[in-house]
Design a protein around this ligand. Structure first.
Ligand code: FES
Ligand code: FES
Length: 179
């Protein structure tokens, strides 16, 4: 029986180059979960409907169940495991989801977090309509979406507050005896 050809690929996942061997038909979702052990990416429908498997490919949200791992070779992938800072500080989107109770069972959450991260990177202050449009490819069976929308607004606020604080820190300081 002919054996399946394996391809050596290198993916940059959450900033780390990961090498593996996969058949051409290996889905990126399976590669991440089974080959690389990154089970934070969830798989629901496996045919592009639910959005649970969303990851960022060069910053753009993609359905990893519709992407072949070999086509992601040489690209930068961010999964839910890569959203927090290296010291474990949750990202603004992650903090906002927790603060606004934007998850219940959590199955859909990794996909929503990646989608919302990309949405806010492109549009830092979206309207309700823009958020609805942005998350329209992600299904949630628990929350009714209202708290997810609130969380995206809250994440935008947190990110803006942090940017303002960083700008303040970077501004030249005033001398102590200056009026
Ligand atoms: S598992 Fe990929 S879209 Fe549902
Ligand atoms: S929190 Fe359960 S599916 Fe969204």
């Amino acid at each position: 029986m002919a054996t399946e050809t394996l391809f050596e690929i290198a993916l940059t996942v959450n900033g780390v180059v990961r090498e593996t061997k996969v058949p051409a038909r290996r889905l990126l979702s399976d590669c991440l979960r089974h080959d690389l052990g990154l089970t934070g990416t969830h798989v629901g429908c496996e045919h592009g409907v639910c959005g649970c498997c969303t990851v960022l490919l060069d910053g753009e949200p993609v359905r990893s169940c519709l992407t072949f791992a070999v086509t992601a070779a040489g690209h930068e992938i961010t999964t839910v495991e890569g959203l927090a800072a290296p010291d474990g500080t949750l990202s603004p989107v992650q903090r906002a989801f927790r603060e606004c109770h934007a998850l219940q069972c959590g199955f859909c959450t990794p996909g929503f977090l990646c989608t919302a991260t990309a949405l806010l990177a492109e549009n830092p202050a979206p309207t309700d309509e823009e958020i609805l449009e942005g998350i329209s490819g992600n299904l949630c069976r628990c929350t009714g979406y209202q708290n997810i929308i609130k969380a995206v607004h809250r994440a935008a606020e947190i990110a803006a507050e942090e940017a303002a604080a960083d700008a303040g820190d970077a501004a030249p300081g005033r001398a102590a005896d200056e009026p």
